[in-house]
Design a protein around this ligand. Structure first.
Ligand SMILES: C[S@@+](CC[C@H](N)C(=O)[O-])C[C@H]1O[C@@H](n2cnc3c(N)ncnc32)[C@H](O)[C@@H]1O
Length: 249
């Protein structure tokens, strides 16, 4: 399976991938009142609650170095082998990371093992991305698709009483994942925005330039707006974001 090297590609992450407050509220509600929370694949610390004890797990030193002063401590470890005892924390969370795990099911079983209560996973159903992204980003999504576990497979791997919730992506989403720009396609022309999205790191030489060139031309000519301009007036997009929540078994 293709692999993204966060040591090489993660350095601009903290600037463009910040917690969106509306998405954070959904994650924190799903964590309930758990006093101790483990954040796995924690990156720079987005979505970590600040009102309780948190421990982070993050394998990349480049990503750990971007954690804010005062953020929860981060252990260098991987989801597939968490260095914690069974039931060591009240709840566990994993945001936009399960597609990097090898395999995702191994990390999900570990989350379920170490958490006494809720396990909360934020991920995407790539098939529900906006039509224009499916079209323009097709060459990249072809590589991403096999890496992303199906959302129902995430739920099944967690087991217990599991629910899948849709999360609307705000039009001004401050977390710069692909779908965040559903009504701001120009943002994907910015190399710094793309550098904080792992899909681009998986592409063969020349593909990124081809995708960006085609999108730039469609924006310039008005072809994008002629076909997708109705999106420009929306406040939220009911697309690919999913929250999978498994309560204690
Ligand atoms: C897209 S970032 C998300 C970071 C953070 N959770 C957030 O929402 O901003 C994906 C993170 O998963 C981490 N990661 C990659 N492979 C991992 C693994 N096997 N176990 C745990 N984390 C992993 C990467 O180092 C990276 O920090």
């Amino acid at each position: 399976m293709p692999h993204v090297d966060y040591e090489q590609y993660g350095s601009g992450y903290a600037r463009h991938r910040r917690a969106d407050p509306r998405i954070a509220a959904r994650i924190h509600a799903a964590l309930g009142d758990a006093p101790t929370v483990l954040n796995v694949g924690a990156g720079a610390g987005s979505y970590e609650p600040e009102d309780r004890w948190v421990l982070a797990i993050e394998p990349s030193a480049t990503m750990r170095a971007q954690r804010a002063p005062g953020a929860a401590p981060a252990i260098a470890a991987r989801a597939e082998a968490l260095p914690l005892d069974d039931g060591a924390v009240d709840a566990a969370m994993a945001c936009v990371t399960v597609h990097h795990w090898e395999p995702p099911a191994a990390g999900l079983a570990e989350l379920r093992r170490v958490a006494r209560g809720a396990v909360v996973v934020l991920t995407f159903d790539l098939e529900a991305l906006p039509v224009w992204q499916q079209e323009y980003l097709a060459e990249g999504l072809m590589i991403e698709r096999p890496r992303f576990p199906r959302v129902d497979a995430v739920a099944a791997a967690l087991g217990g009483h599991t629910r899948i919730a849709r999360i609307q992506t705000p039009s001004d989403c401050v977390d710069g994942f692909l779908e965040a720009f559903w009504r701001r396609p120009e943002a994907l022309l910015d190399p710094a925005v793309r550098a904080a999205q792992s899909m681009w790191a998986l592409l063969a030489p020349g593909v990124e330039e081809r995708i960006v060139g085609r999108l730039a031309a469609a924006l310039d000519s008005g072809a994008w707006d002629a076909e997708h301009g109705h999106l420009r007036t929306g406040d939220t997009y009911d697309g690919a974001l999913r929250l999978v929540v498994s309560d204690a078994t």
